[in-house]
Design a protein around this ligand. Structure first.
Ligand code: AMP
Length: 216
């Protein structure tokens, strides 16, 4: 178990979700992904999910007040364990709200990680992305064996394409990232004096190893 508090940022399809899952299970951290929480709410037919769905499918950010309601509950339920925040914060307002929540809890952020990747690499990768409907594990058709492209190797659940993984939606999400999420890095650079950049185009295992080397 680790008590590190890590934020992982990066454009859509940069692999931040995959890396966050790996770092969390490798280091004993709680993996908190607002994207997963939202998709679970959509699948459960919850009111919050119904509101969020229209934004997600268009590649737009879900309004800050919905996201903050979701993440506040998650953070409040933690008892001193370490975590990795994946996909949050995505706007300056969310970053400021997170700082307030953490100050109240007396928690510091230990590392800000940026997974950096070229938009064309992202489009190729995202079009092949498949997610397990049951356990949220992420795969890519490029590395799944023939005949095993539809079943989760971890839990046997069905692998599906995310509704927001279409080319025009991905390009829009990239624009949204540049306009609304990139400034979050500037906010953290000012507040904490910098972040760790990881090149996200390479081999998944090597990227995981590099992240672990840099945060230990
Ligand atoms: P992700 O799984 O992190 O790529 O998130 C999928 C989608 O969920 C995003 O494209 C947004 O529509 C929405 N979403 C996830 N996290 C946030 C957030 N922190 N703020 C606003 N929208 C979010």
């Amino acid at each position: 178990m680790s008590d590190l508090h890590i934020i992982i940022l990066g454009p859509p399809g940069s692999g931040k979700g995959t890396q966050a899952q790996r770092i969390a299970s490798g280091m004993g951290l709680k993996h908190l992904s607002t994207g997963d929480l939202l998709r679970d709410s959509v699948a459960d037919g919850k009111e919050l999910g119904t509101k969020a769905r229209a934004f997600m499918e268009r590649g737009l950010l879900v309004p800050d007040e919905i996201i903050l309601g979701l993440i506040k509950g998650e953070l409040a339920s933690l008892n001193g364990e370490g975590w990795i925040l994946d996909g949050f914060p995505r706007t300056q307002l969310q970053a400021e709200a997170l700082s307030e929540i953490l100050e109240e809890k007396g928690v510091d952020i230990d590392h800000i990680l940026l997974i950096d990747v070229d938009p064309d690499v992202v489009v190729r990768r995202v079009l092949g992305r498949r997610v397990c409907q049951d356990c949220n594990a992420v795969y890519n058709t490029a590395t799944l064996e023939e005949g095993k492209k539809e079943i989760c190797g971890k839990c046997g659940g069905r692998l599906v394409k995310r509704a927001d993984d279409e080319e025009d939606t991905i390009r829009r999400r990239f624009e949204v990232y540049k306009e609304q999420t990139s400034p979050v890095l500037g906010y953290y650079d000012k507040r904490y004096g910098g972040h760790i950049t990881i090149e996200g185009a390479g081999d998944i295992d090597e990227i995981t190893a590099e992240i672990i080397r840099k945060i230990k």
